[in-house]
Design a binder for this molecule. Structure first.
Ligand code: ADP
Length: 445
């Protein structure tokens, strides 16, 4: 039997009920991104590198062969369908695989290949004959740990001597036992208990310590301290690696405490632009009129696939119902759904099974459904105080310059208040939003 103190230190990771105007919690957003992401994010930006020792040569690789990986691992890389390293991997991999190992802090948006990179580093550094933990990887939640675990299993498919175990709440071990698996992945609370309290892991034998999703990690109370306590128990020569999608001051301060003498790699996110988007607004007096205008638009132009954004769950539900009654195939995405359900809805929409996706704010960020040519703001995005949320507006309708196709955005205005919001958005981006007369729709095609 085993004590259950871990339960107190591990916060629930399951989806909570959220208000629509509350920012979706970071861990859920990150998980959603992972569930729907099937390939690399395109980037044209260059990586910025800050080396600990500016005089040491900087290697970057254009192929996986150059890394001299174990054949079993190269096989794993190819089995995953990777042909060449991603932008961030080109620089991060040689640093992580160097001898002696170097510490690294790396930041790039989700989908740029960070996970695959550190998984490869862990698998490369493991001694398969040592039957004890050698690599620790901490993730912010149980679900995120499982996703990373899957990548380790896939990449290590041809390297069965290397075993993996999950240090997560609910995974109870016999008191006094010692782990034999070389890689341990889990959440900070359980990982800390397994190292210091139950001693299932001897921290002094750890060669690689990975802290993933640092920005999500620090959003949870207690995770910073637990991570730092794990880090302090590790030997001086242990390789420390930290990854984050964003890099605010708070993340940076935390990163410096986890990773001594780091090399630093940053890859700027691709800028979004409104340049390739035709923006319109429609003036109405009520939600019913907005719906009528929407029907007129659908009657007048061919819309392959559209995303429609509403401010509240209730409006989204109502609109989805009305559109279905009109004979549209509608998918609905909203905050009370579990992350897995949301991912399934987005997948179906991607496959074209539904032509309209009605959603609240939750899916505005980080999700690109490429074939969507029309975005409709049934409600304009505003923040808690009712001020225009320019950033969300840009995320919803903006495209990344080089990869974006032309698009069409239609904003529905139904009051003086929303007209004012529209004007301020127009001013902010300094791009005209044209008025559209939905009784005479020749102009938009
Ligand atoms: P991040 O950790 O930055 O979010 P991931 O490592 O999860 O990024 O990679 C994002 C997606 O791209 C995953 O589906 C992954 O399998 C894939 N991927 C990663 N590296 C490569 C590569 N070198 N070539 C092709 N696909 C890759």
């Amino acid at each position: 039997e085993e004590s259950s103190t871990a339960a107190k230190t591990e916060p629930e990771a399951t989806a909570k009920t959220k208000e629509d105007d509350e920012p979706d919690d970071k861990a859920a957003q990150s998980l959603l991104n992972k569930l729907i992401r099937s390939n690399l994010v395109n980037t044209t930006n260059q990586v910025e590198v800050l080396q600990r020792d500016p005089n040491s040569p900087l290697y970057s690789v254009k192929s996986f062969e150059e890394l001299r990986l174990k054949p079993q691992l190269l096989q794993g890389v190819y089995a995953l369908g990777f042909n060449r390293p991603s932008k961030i991997q080109e620089t991060a991999l040689p640093m992580m695989l160097a001898e002696p190992p170097q510490n690294l802090i790396a930041q790039s948006q989700s989908g740029t290949g960070k996970t695959a990179a550190f998984v490869l580093a862990m698998l490369s550094h493991v001694d398969p004959n040592g039957k004890f933990p050698q690599c620790l990887c901490v993730s912010p939640t149980y679900e995120l740990a499982l996703q990373t675990g899957k990548v380790i299993e896939q990449m290590g498919k041809h390297y069965p001597e290397v075993q993996l175990v999950y240090a997560i709440r609910g995974n109870k071990l016999q008191r006094g036992m010692k782990l034999q698996e070389q890689i341990v992945i889990g959440t900070p609370g359980t990982m800390l208990d397994w190292c210091l309290k139950f001693k299932f892991i001897d921290p002094k034998k750890i060669k690689v310590f990975v802290l993933d999703e640092a920005d999500v990690m620090i959003a949870t109370q207690g995770h910073q301290d637990q991570s730092i306590r794990i880090q302090r128990a590790l030997p001086k020569n242990c390789q420390m690696l930290l990854f984050s999608a964003t890099f605010e001051e708070s993340v940076w301060n935390f990163a410096k405490r986890i990773v001594p003498d780091p090399n630093i790699i940053k890859l700027k996110r691709e800028e979004e632009t409104l340049d390739t988007i035709k923006q319109y607004y429609v003036q109405c007096n009520s939600k019913e009129e907005k719906f009528q205008a929407l029907c007129n638009i659908y009657g007048a132009i061919t819309i392959a696939q559209a995303m429609i954004f509403c401010h509240t769950r209730r409006t989204a539900g109502w609109l989805a119902g009305e559109l279905s009654r009109e004979g549209h195939q509608v998918a609905l995405l909203s905050g009370e759904m579990q992350v897995e359900q949301r991912a399934a809805v987005i997948d179906r929409f991607r496959e074209g099974k539904e032509k309209v996706l009605v959603t609240t704010n939750v899916c505005a960020r980080g999700i690109d459904v490429e074939q969507v040519s029309v975005v409709i703001n049934f409600d304009l995005p505003v923040d808690k105080d009712g001020s225009p949320d320019n950033e969300t507006y840009l995320h919803r309708i903006g495209r990344t310059g080089r990869f974006g196709k032309r698009g069409l955005a239609i904003n529905m205005v139904d009051s003086k208040f929303s007209m004012n919001v529209l004007h301020r958005i127009q001013e902010h981006f300094n791009k005209k939003i044209e008025k559209l007369d939905t009784d005479d729709l020749d102009e938009i095609e």
